[in-house]
Structure formats: C-alpha cells, structure tokens
Design a protein around this ligand. Structure first.
Ligand SMILES: [Zn+2]
Length: 588
C-alpha cells in the first residue's frame, strides 16, 4: 500500500527533469521559451542553504516506492532537505557542514516500536530478572542471589521467568518458599500474564483454598486439595500485586531514562507506549517538558473495562492533559483476553486438554461493542490486546460495530499480538481498515510454541499461528512492536524472524509455516512507514524525503545484501532524532 502519495511529490520535485515543462511551453514562442530556459538554468544553480549534515555514498532505503534507493541525504536543523545522488548532495555542503562518507552502509528512516512498555521495562531492569533462564535450577539460583544482594527489600519482585521452564507453566509456591522464606515474593512471568508467589505473599493477600477465582483470573490449585499452588493468572495476580509497594515517582523517572537509553541505541525514535496509567504519563510529561525525552511517544491510555462507558470522560481528560512537544495520548488500550500458554486466551473452540475451556475473554461481546463505539465516537484510536482467535474476532466485531454506528473515521484502530487468527477473519483487517500490530519476534517454534501452544491447539489451528504473510497478502496495514520487556526490543531481530520464521540465532533453514513468512521490505515498512501511519504522522516521518523530519538510522550493513539469518547481527551505528545525534556507535 502506498502511504506516501502526498509526499512523493515533495520528493520528486527536486529531481524531476525540467525538460517536460520546457516542452509544454515551446509553443509560446522562441522568446518566451528562451526566457524559461534562462529561469530554469538559474533555478538549477541557485545557491541552497548549506546543510548541517550530509550522509553520502550510502545505500539509502527511502521507503518511497517511486525512489526506493538513493545515495545521499542532507539534513538542515531538524529536516531532511535533500535525498538523491552523492553528486547532487555536494550542493548542500557549506564550510560548516559535517560530511560522512558511508562507504555503502545502509540508511533507513529511524524505527518505530508500535507496542512497548518502555517505563515498566526500565523500572524492572533494577528488580529480580529471570529473563532467558532456561532451567528451574538457574531460576532458583538467580532468585537466591538477588534476595541475598537485596536484604533490605520488603518484597522480592520482578521476574520475567520463561513459561516453558516449568511444567504446564505452573511453578509452585514450595520452591519459592524454600528460597525466600522470610518475606513475600511475587515474580511475574515473561508475558506478564501470570505471577508466581510464595506462601507469605498468599497469606498477605488472604488467598486461601476457599478464595474464589476473581472475574478474569484464575488461582492455580492443587487438583487434590484445592490448595492454591503458587501461580496466579491474569486478574488473580492483582490480589497479590496490589500489596507490593508501588515504585515512587523517582523510580519511575529512572525507569524511563533507562528505557530511553536503550531505544536510542536500537535506532528507535518513536514508540506507541502500550499501556499507560497516570504515573507513567506523569513521567513522560516531565521528561518531555525538560527536553530530555528525545523520543516521540504516543501513549495508549489504560482502559478500566469494568467501569464501562464511564471511562470515556476520564480518558478524554487524560488526553487533553498529557500532550506536549513529543507526547500525545490519543490512543486507548483494551485487553480482550490473556495468553494461550496459560489457557487464558479466548478461543473459538476449546483447548484440547480442557474440553470445556475456551479461555477467558475479558469483556462480554455486547459490552465490548458499546465501549468501542463510545471510544470511537470520542475520537480515540483503539489499541487492543488480542491473542486467541475468539478475542481477535470479538475485537474486529467491536471495531465493525463502532464503524457502523459512527461511520468511518480514519482513527486507525489496531489489534496487537494476533497470535491465532481464524482464517475467515483475515480479510476483515483490510476491509475494516484495522491495522495488524504484530510482535514478529514471537513467530518461530520456540518452547512457548512447541511445548505450551501447539499441544493444546492441535495442528489444524496451529497452522494459523502468527499469520503475518496471510495478513500482508490482503493488503492490510502491518505494523511491528516488541512488547518489551516481554521480549527483546531490537527491531532487527523481529524483522529477521518475520522473514525467516526461525529463531534469531538459528542458521538458515526451513521456515516454520513458510506461507506466513514476510518479505524484508514489508517488515522494514512495519517498523517505519506503517508505524508512522499508526501514529498519524506519515506526512512528517517514516520515510526519507525532503521536508520530512530527520529521524534516521545508519546500519553497518545493507540488509538486502546479507542472508536473512544475519539481519539480527546488523549494528546501529548512528541514530538521528530530529536531526540531532542521539546515538553514535563508538567505532563509527
Ligand atoms: Zn504488551
């Protein structure tokens, strides 16, 4: 889909051959024609304002379908003033211009991450971190070590334990009691949808065998005794989490700074914050006001779906409060379901191992339709978490109901995650103008898929896991995000996996469900132009053309000239945000 129609003219007007205009004028007479030639010649040599920076001799991939490749880019202040040949860029070199010979290195529009929990990830970085540990013993040792190093902490919290490490993704309290006997512990799973707690935490929360499962949650129990076994799913985690002292404003700010430091190294200059509550919004607003936030943030305001339509007025107030130079809050976030691994994703047909269980939708369809219609009427862009095929269908139904009631409004609603889509729903994205916001780094058969997902879905449904290729073929807009800290925020790893459908570290080989592999160009678009489109900023960024904001990255290699299995090895050498260097590799 060409999202650049408006801007490609801005791109081409500098490089268009003036002879066509001349030819049209020749009938006006020799005098007039001569005058025109003179004026064109004059226009051609007219001195231009020197640029601050000229990148030359590069492989510049512009994302403009008319001129996808150029050699050079010139930047003045915060704007791109030229994109074309190296020779043509010479015109922009003044005495103070900094010139970089790229020697074939690649330039791309800087990346957008369209689903990231930037502050939570940053805050978590200083808590107990179990990410990537692949045996129970390694997890136990890391918790023990953290507890010993932090004797003053009232709680042991943090987590990101990988679900496949424990049988049925179900760690037990006895193991945690052994390691942390002296204080409450609550460690969240890598996907954030489960919490592993010890006996002290259960006691503190008053959870006993008689405690019923809360709405939208499940207390895992010993099948014989009914005793809570130590894993809490979805809203049941809240029963314990609400007792954990919240991070203070200073810790939240520190978390945001940690997040900002990470993304600029990855070439990311824009994000959609996936789930923002007021405390996070305060932090974004503070660093935006101080000029420290060299990142464009579109915050998805957390919707408390239990409060129904009364939420709309509250969200409208937040939207007008939290906006600034690089911050807007015109999006809202709704959770439609949980995740497949813990049987909380809402499925059309039951889980194979639980014949009566079709998962846990977090809204009734009627309420969902009403809420989406009201939010759409209020002009909000709706960003939905949907994992199971029933949740995806309910989400599309709700967005369709909104369009029927309010008419098409170009709000660019999007559904994130999309782990399982029923094939009959795939054409509906394009038809309804709903964008697919995938987390492509999840689209390969890791143990989450092989141990915890395929066995409970069966082969027929598993064919439709992360159907990125099918959605692309319908012409729907596909954007990409990391869901960091759930998984790595490096867009290059995600782009590679979407293309190869293999693990980022795996060598070349057979793709998993090869029909669903994506092309490299489509995936670069997902992290550039289509991200800008989701943020309603495609006129200003997401591609490289004169007049656009100079958000650029330089990579150490041309992604189109290397085997796809090596894309994740590419390094970001330079990140420009509004023309300013926010990251430079020390070796560049
Ligand atoms: Zn998320």
């Amino acid at each position: 889909m060409n999202r650049l129609t408006d801007d490609s003219s801005a791109f081409t007007h500098r490089s268009r051959n003036p002879n066509s205009r001349f030819a049209a004028s020749i009938g006006l007479g020799a005098l007039l024609a001569a005058a025109l030639v003179a004026s064109l010649a004059c226009a051609r040599t007219e001195p231009v304002q020197p640029a601050d920076l000229v990148l030359m001799n590069g492989a510049v991939y512009t994302m403009d379908p008319v001129h996808p490749w150029v050699e050079a880019v010139a930047v003045a202040a915060d704007k791109i003033v030229y994109a074309g040949t190296t020779k043509g860029a010479g015109r922009f070199q003044g005495t103070a211009t900094k010139t970089v010979d790229l020697n074939g290195k690649m330039v791309l529009p800087a990346f957008q991450d369209s689903h990231i929990h930037l502050i939570e990830g940053g805050v978590e970085a200083s808590l107990c971190n179990l990410a990537g540990l692949d045996t129970p013993e390694a997890v136990f040792a890391a918790i023990k070590d953290y507890a010993a190093r932090n004797p003053g902490d009232a709680w042991i919290t943090g987590g990101r334990w990988e679900l496949p490490v424990f049988p049925r993704a179900n760690p037990v309290k006895q193991d945690l009691d052994r390691i942390v006997p002296d204080r409450p512990a609550c460690l969240f799973a890598a996907d954030g949808h489960s919490a592993w707690v010890n006996t002290r935490a259960l006691k503190l929360a008053g959870i006993t065998p008689r405690t019923p499962d809360p709405p939208g949650g499940r207390i895992e129990r010993d099948p014989k005794t009914g005793e809570p076994s130590g894993t809490l799913r979805e809203s049941a985690s809240e029963l314990v989490a609400e007792h954990i002292p919240e991070p203070g404003a200073a810790e939240v700010l520190k978390g945001l700074r940690t997040g900002l430091e990470m993304v600029r190294r990855l070439g990311i200059t824009s994000i959609i914050e996936a789930n923002a509550r007021e405390k996070l919004l305060d932090a974004y607003a503070a660093l935006d006001r101080s000029g420290e936030m060299k990142l464009r943030v579109l915050a998805s305001l957390h919707v408390d779906t239990d409060r129904g339509l009364t939420e709309v007025a509250r969200l409208e107030k937040l939207r007008s409060t939290y906006r600034g130079a690089h911050l807007s809050s015109t999006t809202v976030k709704i959770f439609a379901d949980g995740v497949i691994e813990s049987h909380t994703a809402a499925l059309l047909e039951p889980y194979l191992d639980r014949p009566k269980d079709r998962g846990l939708p977090l809204l009734e369809p009627e309420a969902f339709n009403r809420l989406a219609t009201a939010l759409d009427a209020a002009g909000f862009q709706i960003h939905i978490h949907a994992i199971g095929d029933r949740a995806v269908r309910m989400s599309l139904d709700a967005l369709e109901a909104a369009e029927k009631a309010n008419g098409a409004k170009d709000l660019r609603h999007h559904i994130a995650h999309l782990e399982l889509i029923d094939p009959s729903d795939i054409p509906r994205f394009k038809a309804l103008g709903v964008a697919a916001n995938f987390q492509p780094l999840w689209a390969y058969p890791d143990p989450y898929i092989t141990k915890l997902t395929q066995p409970i879905l069966g082969p027929a449904r598993s064919r439709w896991l992360y159907p990125i290729g099918s959605v692309l073929r319908t012409g729907a807009v596909v954007a990409g995000g990391s869901d960091w800290p759930v998984s790595s925020a490096n867009p290059l790893e995600a782009i590679q996996v979407a293309v190869t459908r293999r693990g980022p570290e795996e060598p070349a080989g057979q793709a998993w469900i090869p029909e669903e592999a994506a092309g490299l160009a489509a995936m670069i678009a997902a992290y550039t132009t289509n991200g800008a489109y989701l943020s309603h900023e495609e006129g200003d960024r997401g591609s490289i053309a004169p007049g656009k904001t100079a958000d650029l990255v330089v990579l150490d290699r041309n992604l189109f000239r290397i085997p796809p299995s090596e894309i994740h090895k590419a390094r970001v050498l330079l990140t420009l945000f509004e023309g300013r260097e926010v990251w430079r590799d020390p070796g560049f």
